[in-house]
Design a protein around this ligand. Sequence first.
Ligand SMILES: O=P(O)(O)OP(=O)(O)OP(=O)(O)OC[C@H]1O[C@@H](n2cnc3c(O)ncnc32)[C@H](O)[C@@H]1O
Ligand SMILES: [Mg+2]
Length: 210
Amino acid sequence: MTQVFLASRNAKKLAEMQRILAEHVPDIEVLGLDDVTPYDEPAETEPTFEGNALIKARVAVEATGLPSLADDSGLCVDALNGMPGVLSARWSGSRNGSVDRDRANNELLLDQIHDVPDERRGAHFTSAVAFAYPAGAGGVVEHVVHGTMPGRVIREMRGAGGFGYDVLFVADGHELTSAELPPDEKDAISHRGKALREIAPFVAGVLTGL
Ligand SMILES: O=P(O)(O)OP(=O)(O)OP(=O)(O)OC[C@H]1O[C@@H](n2cnc3c(O)ncnc32)[C@H](O)[C@@H]1O
Ligand SMILES: [Mg+2]
């Protein structure tokens, strides 16, 4: 069994990552924030998903000494020139528990694009997944991949699965929102699924070589 630390405060995101990794990295044991000594989690100060994913993974490996994965992700809405983007998690400014936060974010987004016609409601989810691991003499090696899921923002919230903006998002070629899709179907087409499947062989190689 080889251990990887997943640096995320979002339990539902963490569950997705765990599920996808378990399928694609043999004998992986995934640890979360509750399994390690608490450390100061960094602010997400970068203007890009990649930059923020790297901050989270780098601080995680420095704090835990474990090979660490982090995802930074968000919804980029065409009619909002790519926003909420890296600000997706706190778009409504709310810092409460995740269900309240998600609801406030979704209500604000619906209001903002209320007058945008159906043909201009395109959007995509993006995920940057960063992997950082110790490499001797205090060094850290970093690797980043990206995944996207194109689709559109609908006019009412539908579904109870997933998290965040899933209730408002219908992927291209689908009718159900990503909150209505069974988890394995979301993983098969999601930004996070694509990024994690791309990085999985690399993670597996590093873990077996460590
Ligand atoms: O930073 P960590 O601790 O991992 O957890 P977080 O929820 O703050 O995660 P991000 O900073 O990456 O912000 C991502 C936000 O983008 C949205 N988002 C990302 N991926 C999503 C997905 O698969 N489905 C729905 N919304 C998603 C959702 O609002 C997330 O809170
Ligand atoms: Mg965050």
